[in-house]
Design a protein around this ligand. Structure first.
Ligand code: GLN
Length: 281
């Protein structure tokens, strides 16, 4: 005789037990089971007696094992909320962070609601920043560059679903694929973690694409590259907005000032960390 199919309630208990070492065991088990069954979390309790298909059971158990190894929840559900939008993510993209919403907010602060500014995002990843901008500013014209083909596929899906026709996606290394012409605003959340930082190998960031995080010896390689090349591609009066590490604000400001930017200011994220620096050409 074969075992009866396990119910939602039984699987939730199994998941909770398997993840017990983690503080977020119950929540993680709920989120993984709900996403596996395409239910909301309330339904897990309301329909606790419902049995699962054997395919769903196997999928859930695979995700539980991966979660126990530390794989970020977002990679297991394939989604992450950013700017109140549900973005698709994969192991080819960074998991969008709340602090990057600060960059979006600062960009919106300099874009009037009917702005038709030309905007460039360098290293767009899942497309989080540009999709948020496209939705908030219906007339801006956006180009977004990404080097990784895997990330670009995810960005494309997100654009089609959340901001169709609003973002031109380009594959290339920083400015190499960018068409001629000057932009009004250039934004980027480039890799800025120091190569020696253990976070690149351990913990949740250890599962994220290294190319999206590793900014070289002092974490500044990509930031410098972008600042050096931006004046050739930004109109006079245009702005550059860069996310960076909490200890890099002084270096970023000096670099911008050294390349002709004025009104260079740093903004602090919700954790109180220096996080985004903006300069004007
Ligand atoms: N904020 C990320 C982290 O500290 C780094 C993101 C990046 O390098 N762009 O994990």
């Amino acid at each position: 005789m074969t075992d009866p199919k396990p119910t939602l309630r039984q699987l939730l208990r199994e998941g909770h037990a398997l993840l017990a070492a983690s503080e977020s065991a119950r929540l993680d088990a709920e989120v993984l089971l709900a996403s596996t069954c395409q239910l909301d979390r309330v339904a897990l309790y309301r329909d606790g007696d419902a049995p699962l298909t054997s395919g769903a059971v196997a999928r859930f158990r695979r995700r539980l094992r991966a979660r126990r190894l530390g794989v970020p929840i977002a990679y297991l559900t394939g989604t992450k909320e950013f700017w109140s939008l549900e973005l698709q993510v994969s192991a080819a993209t960074l998991v969008p962070r709340p602090e990057t919403e600060l960059l979006v907010q600062l960009a919106l602060d300099v874009l009037p609601s009917e702005s038709d500014a030309r905007i460039l995002d360098l290293g767009t990843g899942s497309g989080a920043i540009v999709i948020a901008l496209a939705r908030e500013r219906p007339r801006v014209r956006i180009d977004a560059v990404e080097r990784s083909p895997g990330a670009l596929r995810i960005a494309e899906r997100n654009v089609v679903r959340l901001a169709p026709g609003r973002v031109r996606l380009l594959q290339g290394d920083w400015f190499t694929a960018v068409p001629p012409g000057n932009y009004d605003l250039i934004v980027s959340n480039p890799p800025y973690v120091c190569s020696s930082d253990p976070a690149l190998r351990q913990g949740p960031t250890g599962f994220e694409p290294r190319a999206a995080l590793d900014g070289g010896m002092d974490g500044m390689a990509a930031i410098r590259h972008i600042i050096e090349r931006t004046p050739a591609r930004l109109r006079v009066g245009g702005r550059l907005l860069l996310e960076h590490g909490a200890t890099q604000a002084g270096l970023v400001r000096d670099c911008m000032t050294g390349h002709g930017f004025t009104d260079v200011v740093t903004a602090v994220d919700l954790q109180g960390h220096d996080r985004v620096t903006m300069g004007c050409l």
